[in-house]
Design a protein around this ligand. Sequence first.
Ligand SMILES: Cc1ncc(C[n+]2csc(CCOP(=O)(O)OP(=O)(O)O)c2C)c(N)n1
Ligand SMILES: [Mg+2]
Length: 654
Amino acid sequence: MTAPDPAPAPELDAIANRLRRDVIKMIHAAGTGHPGGSLSAADMMAALYFHALRIDPAQPEWADRDRFIMSKGHACPVWYAALAERGYFPVSDLWRLRHISSHLQGHPDMRKTPGVDMTAGPLGSGTAAGVGMALGARITGRDFRTYVMVGEGDLQEGCTWEAIMLAGHHRLDNLCLLIDYNRSQVDGRSDEILSLDPLDDKLRACRWAVHEINGHDIGQILDALAWARELKGAPAAILAHTIKGQGVSFMEDRPEWHGKAPNREQALAALAELGETGEDILPAPPGLGLKSEAESASPLEADSGWRRSQSSFDDFGSQTPNSFGGAPAWLTTGPDRPRRILRDAFGETLVELGAELPDLVVLDADISSSLKTGGFRKQYPERHINFGVAEQDMMLGAAGLATTGLRPVACTYATFASLRACEQVRSFICYAGLNVKIACSHGGLEVGWDGPTHQGTEDIAIMRSFPNMTVIVPADAVAASSLLRQAVAIEGPVYFRMGRNPVPVIYAAQQSFTVGRAITVREGSDLTIIAAGVMVALALDAAARLDAEGVQARVVDMHTVKPLDSEAVHRAATETGAIVTAEDHSIIGGLGSAVAEYLVEHTPVPVQRVGVPDTFCRSGDPVALFERYGMAAPDIARAAREVLRRKKRPGFGE
Ligand SMILES: Cc1ncc(C[n+]2csc(CCOP(=O)(O)OP(=O)(O)O)c2C)c(N)n1
Ligand SMILES: [Mg+2]
């Protein structure tokens, strides 16, 4: 097997242009995704996939293939485009990006997509995985090369530098790092957030060879790739100066296009700039232009032609159309309540608290736009620190700040706080009982389109297991605001968990909350649904359904998962005799487990848990995901019927 026929430079320009058009079309069709970093990488991707890589699309698992890892996994649209255009799967699959039934997940998944050799999405992962592959090639005596593409935000993660040092130490000359140095990340310019300069010197100091190029000049890219191939005795870094959004004038160097889908008008304008006209080329949103199930099913999935050995590939026939980032329909099934994003209330309350508490400091890890901390930063810039994409550093920094008498609120996604920075939170914040608040968005499956790497479904289990930690999961914007005030007043670590989507406002503005004291939001005597977060609204919907069947369900908002309000659980057990728990979290270790642990030791009654089943879920519309994984209101009602059946069996109450 040899390298693909080298495409001459002018043709590679045209291929890069085609990849850019695919990127625009697929992100538009999905209504969600990351165009900026995909476009900046397009020229390098064309050079890799149509010139440099030794690959065979007909044998995605050929042992001697060159490996490629997209460490900045959010830029997978351009990777998927390159794989499709190179023949790994039909180009038409691209128009189903991020859909629940697609093999093209929101972030790369090595078990689902042919040609994807390493899962990515959580930044800072690819370089280390690539070092592993390069070491593996050396140990097994294979001559394949490993290429890793990183962004400078991605390079801010500490693990990357551990890997860079290791690669230099082992003189891994079969490893090539392509740095898409567009100097722009989520919160803005890298130079302002966490500058990496002088990056070339840093790499050289770690014993790497560095070659600087214009990452949009195909000739320079080809020269650099040839240089890397010839290099002996050191790993190669191609430091490619690029422009985020390159090729679409209104996206170029505009941070707001990091993770935003173009609407139809914008997509057409972008395509026109890229030399493609005609509206017929665009799938018509909403609904991804899906036809019948048979027509729209991906051939890959339909005939299961490609599956990686350990793949747990389940059959997804559902064709629920995307709701295009709007309010998920499953939150509108109950009484017509206004909806609010909890993070908005969180951000506004932080600003108020900033005035009241001079010791309050807010820490971000390059996703301040998600956590809505921009208001605080604007008002109190001297009390705001952006750590860059470096969650572990942020947690330890928070610990240090707390020892100086300050009250840090460290903000990131639920997965990264609980998993990436797990030990930092446990051993340096909780062990010492430091006064750090950890505030997270993107808790739960309702994150949706970004996929399992970004769905925080184990965070409560992890945080709850740490001594000294208080775990708060507000159900709506009113609760978020009020409970945040209480959280910052607690002396000691607090985990404050929010979702991503707008949720119905179920509380009146004057509702009072006490940490550790559950709220009965609906009375009932037949059973109790104990819920947290977004599931409280769904539990109310389920209770309304049950009401129509003559079943009276009590609904309890267990906004504090730790310390659990065991009195409320005890009352529910003794007064109603059956419990359903409902949480947007794994059924292992979260609210359901906490309730069951208490009951089994004190007041055994039948319990049925509703939550994310013991599986990694998929990218997709939250509506489709909640239905697919059994977490919608009808599922809670079904669990209630089941638990009532068990309640009537001998040995349990009544
Ligand atoms: C561990 C982790 N923290 C935070 C994020 C959220 N996030 C997605 S992209 C991004 C910035 C990426 O910047 P860069 O690596 O420069 O990529 P590019 O500019 O090429 O898009 C961040 C912070 C993430 N995906 N992973
Ligand atoms: Mg960047």
